[in-house]
Write a protein that binds this ligand. Structure first.
Ligand code: BTN
Length: 261
């Protein structure tokens, strides 16, 4: 199962690469490696995770070899901590572009950073960072892409998920194709972010969004649920909404429903 995932990598991202058969969480590994001095572009990839983490403290389930599980180390000292959300958006845009290029799937970005095909989730991104003073010292972008349907999930969760196999990809070596594609897209979107501060990234994220321009239901960590129209993205990647003419910006919430206009 442990195929060579380094041979197709050509850019700066993925060097050095740590490929683990089993680990707890590649995001935790990458954070530790960064603390030991790993350079920007270093990547941890695993065949299986026993403690995969998702947003909001959730677990991220996967079956051995059935997902791309990777975490990329960045040192975005040019970004202030209050723009950390842009890195999540960047991971989401890169993942959408990589899967669309490979699978020809109509993948979209469901704010803040789920990759969806139709109403089903194909991939999730967990960006974590550590700041020092006015800058983000280190960030880790963790990406999980379902290659085969995840096992051991309750049916109600499974029916909200999809995978590259279910979308028709038949190649044996999907991870060996997908990892270079994801890293290439992260590398070029990151270079762009450094250059223009996020203008092109945000335009692209809005263009491939499954929520902007639509009525959405948002759930907050407090449990509060609201309906609104998603109107755009702020310059830190937050969601701009309109509630009966009252405009506001949402930093952290979950979109639980999208009604397409
Ligand atoms: C989410 O949708 O809630 C985010 C899921 C992110 C999962 C990936 S898998 C690789 C990396 N390691 C983790 O523990 N989490 C991320």
């Amino acid at each position: 199962m442990t195929e060579d995932l380094s041979s197709n990598l050509s850019g700066a991202f993925g060097r050095p690469l740590r490929h683990l058969a089993v680990t707890g969480s590649t995001n935790s590994d990458a954070m530790e490696w960064a603390a030991e001095g790993a350079p920007e572009g270093a990547v941890v990839v695993a065949d299986h995770q026993t403690g995969g983490r998702g947003r909001w403290g959730r677990t991220w389930a996967s079956s051995p070899g059935g997902s791309l599980l990777c975490s990329v180390i960045l040192r975005p000292e040019f970004l202030p901590p209050d723009r950390m959300g842009l890195l999540s958006v960047m991971g989401g845009v890169a993942a959408v572009e990589a899967v669309a290029g490979l699978a020809g799937a109509e993948a979209l970005l469901k704010w803040p950073n789920d990759v969806v095909v139709g109403d089903r989730k194909l991939a999730g991104i967990l960006a974590e960072g550590r700041s020092r003073g006015p800058a983000i010292e280190v960030a880790v972008i963790g990406i999980g892409v379902n290659i085969a349907p995840p096992e051991d999930l309750p049916p109600e969760v499974l029916e909200q998920a999809t995978s590259l196999r279910e979308l028709g990809m038949e190649q044996q070596d999907i991870r060996a194709l997908l990892l270079p594609a994801v890293l290439e897209r992260i590398g070029s979107r990151y270079a762009e972010l450094r250059e223009d501060g996020g203008a092109r990234l945000l335009r692209r994220a809005a263009a491939i969004s499954s929520v902007i321009g639509h009525r959405v239901t948002l759930r907050f960590a407090t449990g509060e649920v609201i309906d609104a129209t998603a109107t755009g993205l702020s310059d830190s990647g937050a969601l701009e909404i309109d509630r009966s003419g009252r405009r506001s910006v949402v930093d952290v919430a979950e979109v639980t429903r999208v009604r397409r206009a």
